[in-house]
Design a binder for this molecule. Structure first.
Ligand SMILES: [Zn+2]
Ligand SMILES: [Zn+2]
Length: 366
């Protein structure tokens, strides 16, 4: 992820609407600082969206937050998971053990649980091939490959009790809550829309300042950026009064943020084409063409791997629309077949209605 401004300190437990609360749960040693768990009051308990990392500190914050709103963890009837990442899903098993409620998530993320968090040897050897294909130099290979092993300890690899499908009215009695499948940041990412309350819960799909990581990696090999842009377009159909993201803070202007995110990726698609034209041919060489928040040499292994994955997501999209070809490696070598400016690509992808080319964006913010 890239940050455009410093993160605010840990917020308080806050009342969002009558019967709906926001509970911050800390994420250890991570610049995101906290995940916001949303708690819906029910006649007979509480439904929560996301849970937090599987650490004692997170557990204490979640239990304490529920006490602040007059509930206990044993009151949790359901835990809706926006996506598989450890800061959202990690603590779900411990919550279920304490309350007996159900865990719900989309099947595309549920399908990844065993592979990602339990049988990691296979995934590590696929990661090795993936890094070689990306052109990662040998001296960085192990650091990048093993970077997520520590994180894996923050997750209990439990299976969900229910699968939640796109468009489904979710079983949260007393609330009109519908699932919106928004693949991209993860294959099974879900947002939740509450039309009566005029609220949209966006998980990590749309955050107010941070650009969510969208990566090609060994568990997401198709065209995640194509999916992500489509999922941004899908949200353009909604007009909530307030957006409830899983990090940072709530905000109001959904459509403005959708435009910023679409434009950010279209600018990067142009940068990748320019990078290939300048003679950078592997994912590793190309990863430096993006402006990261720190110099490339100062970025730690886990974030570099995410950066290479994000670069690959852009290249893969260009491949899908016929602008780039990939010559099998390792390492895979990319060649530019044709160059296309942002507005043309946006029109092809059907997101031109959400795209501000750089000159327009500059006028809008000045
Ligand atoms: Zn995430
Ligand atoms: Zn997250």
């Amino acid at each position: 992820m890239t940050t455009s401004r410093p993160l605010r300190p840990m917020p308080e437990v806050e009342l969002v609407r009558d019967g709906l609360w926001s509970i911050p749960v800390p994420i250890p040693q991570n610049s995101l600082a906290y995940v916001l768990v949303y708690a819906f009051e029910l006649d007979d308990g509480i439904a929560i969206v996301d849970a937090g990392w599987d650490t004692d500190e997170a557990w204490t914050a979640l239990v304490g937050g529920l006490e602040t709103i007059g509930a206990s963890v044993s009151d949790v009837r359901s835990n809706l998971i926006t996506h598989i990442h450890p800061d959202h899903f990690g603590l779900a098993g411990r919550v279920r053990d304490a309350c007996g409620g159900w865990i719900g998530m989309h099947e595309a993320d549920a399908a990844l649980i065993g592979d990602r968090y339990a049988n990691v040897d296979e995934l590590l050897s696929r990661s090795k091939r993936w890094l070689a294909d990306a052109g990662v130099p040998g001296e960085f290979e192990w650091d990048l490959r093993s970077a997520s092993l520590k994180i894996r300890e923050m997750v209990s690899a439990v299976q969900p009790d229910r699968l939640i499908a796109d468009g489904e009215r979710v079983d949260v009695p007393g609330w009109d809550l519908r699932a919106v499948w928004t693949p991209g940041h993860s294959p099974g990412h879900l947002c939740f829309v509450a039309p009566e309350a005029r609220l949209l819960l966006t998980g990590d799909h749309v955050l107010p300042h941070i650009t969510p990581n969208v990566s090609v990696h060994p568990q997401s090999e198709h065209n995640p950026l194509g999916d992500y842009l489509n999922s941004l377009r899908k949200l353009a159909a909604f007009d909530p009064d307030e957006v409830l993201p899983a990090h940072e803070s709530r905000f109001t202007d959904l459509h403005r943020r959708l435009r910023e995110l679409v434009s950010h990726h279209l600018d990067r698609l142009e940068a990748v084409q320019a990078g290939i034209e300048e003679g950078r041919t592997t994912a590793w060489e190309l990863a430096e063409v993006f402006p990261w928040s720190r110099p490339w040499a100062d970025i730690e292994p886990f974030m570099r791997r995410a950066a290479v994955g994000e670069l690959l997501a852009h290249v893969r999209l260009l491949e899908e629309i016929g602008l780039v070809e990939a010559l099998a490696g390792p390492p895979t070598i990319f060649r530019l077949k044709a160059r296309s400016p942002g507005p043309e690509i946006a029109a092809r992808l059907g997101v031109d209605g959400l795209y501000d080319p750089p000159d327009v964006a500059a006028r809008r913010t000045s």
